[in-house]
Design a protein. Structure first.
Length: 350
C-alpha cells in the first residue's frame, strides 16, 4: 500500500489536517503519477482540495521527491495570522520595525531558504500581501519589514487552497497575475467520497495506528462496519474518517468494530435535487421581494449597505466565527475581518 503520513501525527489529534494518505483508488493512483511528474521540477505548485483531503501531505511528498529533499520544509497557514502580522511572519522584520519588535526576526521565506515553503489557504492573504508575494516570486528576494536591503532567497513555493481561486480572481479578491504565477503546476485532490477505493485501506491503517497507541490487541472491522464506511459521504474527508475510527476503538467490544460502533456525521452534503431546487427558488423569490422593497426607499450607498448586511448576518449565523463565515460566503477570512472591522462589529486588534 502506498502510504503517506505526517510527522508527529500523534500530536495532531485535534487538528483538522489529514494525517495519512493512501493511493489505492484509481483516481489516487492517477494523482500519484501526476505528483511524480511534477515534483522533480522546481516549478511552483498549487494544490486544490477540500479541508481534510491531505493537502499538506501532498506538499511534503512533492518536497521529498524533489532535489530539495533534505532541505527545509516549512508549512504556514495563511489564515492563522491577522492582517497586521502576516507581512512580518512571511517576510521577517528588523529591530524597531514596529511596536514590540525588540529584535530582528527572519520570516518564513528565509526559514525555508534552499527548501520548500508550503502556504496553506493562500486565498486568505490580504491584497497588500499578495502584491508583495508576487514581487518575491519574481525577484527571488525578500525585504524584511523595516529593512532597506533585500535578502536573496532560493525557495520553491507550494500553495494550497480549499476555494476556487479562479472565482476569487473574477470577484476581485485575488490577483490574477499572482494566480498564474502560483499555478505553474497544479494538483487537484479528489474528496474521499470520490475515491472510495481508499476508504477501507485508510480505515485499516487508522485501526492499526490507534490500536497501537491504545495498547490494544488485534482489532478487526466486521463486514457491516465496512459497508457502512463505504456508504458514507465523508463531508470531513480523511480527518473525519480518522476521528470516527478512533472513537470506534474506544467503545468497541471483543476486539471487533461493528456497524453500531461507527458514529457517523449527520451532516448532509446534498439534499435531494428536487427539494433543493424548490427551496432555493422559494428563498430567491423572498429575497427579491425584500430587495424590491429596499430599492423603493432610495437609500444612498445601497450596494455597500447590502454587502455589510450579508456579512454581518453570515457572521451571526456562524456564531461569530470568522473562518466559518468566510467559508460560508466563499471569500477569504481577511476580507470578512476587514468588513467586520469597518462595520465596528469587531475590534481591529481582535
Amino acid at each position: 500500500m502506498n502510504l503517506l503520513t505526517l510527522p508527529n501525527s500523534q500530536a495532531l489529534t485535534t487538528s483538522i489536517r489529514a494525517t495519512a494518505q493512501v493511493f489505492e483508488d484509481p483516481k489516487s493512483v492517477a494523482l500519484l503519477a501526476r505528483i511524480k511528474m511534477i515534483a522533480p521540477s522546481d516549478a511552483n505548485v498549487l494544490i486544490i482540495g477540500e479541508t481534510g483531503t491531505g493537502k499538506e501531505l501532498i506538499a511534503r511528498y512533492v518536497h521529498e521527491l524533489s532535489q530539495r529533499k533534505g532541505k527545509p520544509f516549512v508549512a504556514v497557514n495563511c489564515g492563522a495570522f491577522s492582517e497586521s502580522l502576516v507581512e512580518s511572519e512571511l517576510f521577517g522584520h528588523e529591530k524597531g520595525a514596529f511596536t514590540g519588535a525588540f529584535s530582528a526576526k527572519a520570516g518564513w521565506f528565509e526559514a525555508a531558504n534552499g527548501g520548500t515553503l508550503f502556504l496553506d489557504e493562500i486565498g486568505d492573504l490580504p491584497p497588500s500581501i499578495q502584491v508583495k508575494l508576487l514581487r518575491v516570486l519574481q525577484e527571488r528576494e525578500v525585504v524584511r519589514l523595516g529593512a532597506r536591503k533585500a535578502t536573496p532567497i532560493d525557495v520553491r513555493l507550494v500553495a494550497a487552497t480549499n476555494v476556487r481561486l479562479e472565482e476569487a480572481v473574477l470577484a476581485g479578491h485575488f490577483r490574477e497575475d499572482l494566480f498564474y504565477r502560483l499555478r505553474v503546476a497544479h494538483l487537484e485532490l479528489p474528496t474521499l467520497r470520490n475515491r472510495p477505493g481508499d476508504i477501507l485501506p485508510l480505515a485499516e491503517y487508522f485501526v492499526t495506528e490507534y490500536r497501537r497507541r491504545l495498547g490494544y490487541g488485534e482489532i478487526t472491522l466486521d463486514e457491516h462496519a465496512k459497508a457502512k464506511l463505504l456508504s458514507h459521504a465523508w463531508p470531513g474527508n480523511i480527518r473525519e474518517l480518522e476521528n470516527i475510527i478512533h472513537h470506534a476503538l474506544l467503545i468497541c467490544k471483543n476486539n471487533i468494530v461493528r456497524s453500531e460502533d461507527l458514529q457517523l456525521s449527520s451532516i448532509s452534503l446534498h439534499r435531494p435535487r428536487e427539494a433543493e431546487s424548490t427551496g432555493r427558488d422559494a428563498h430567491q423569490s423572498q429575497l427579491q421581494e425584500v430587495l424590491h422593497a429596499y430599492f423603493e426607499t432610495g437609500a444612498p450607498d445601497l450596494f455597500e449597505q447590502l454587502e455589510d448586511t450579508i456579512v454581518r448576518t453570515a457572521y451571526q449565523h456562524c456564531h461569530n466565527n470568522q473562518v466559518q463565515t468566510a467559508k460560508l460566503l466563499g471569500i477569504s477570512r481577511n476580507i470578512v475581518r476587514a468588513k467586520l472591522i469597518k462595520m465596528g462589529a469587531i475590534n481591529a486588534l481582535k
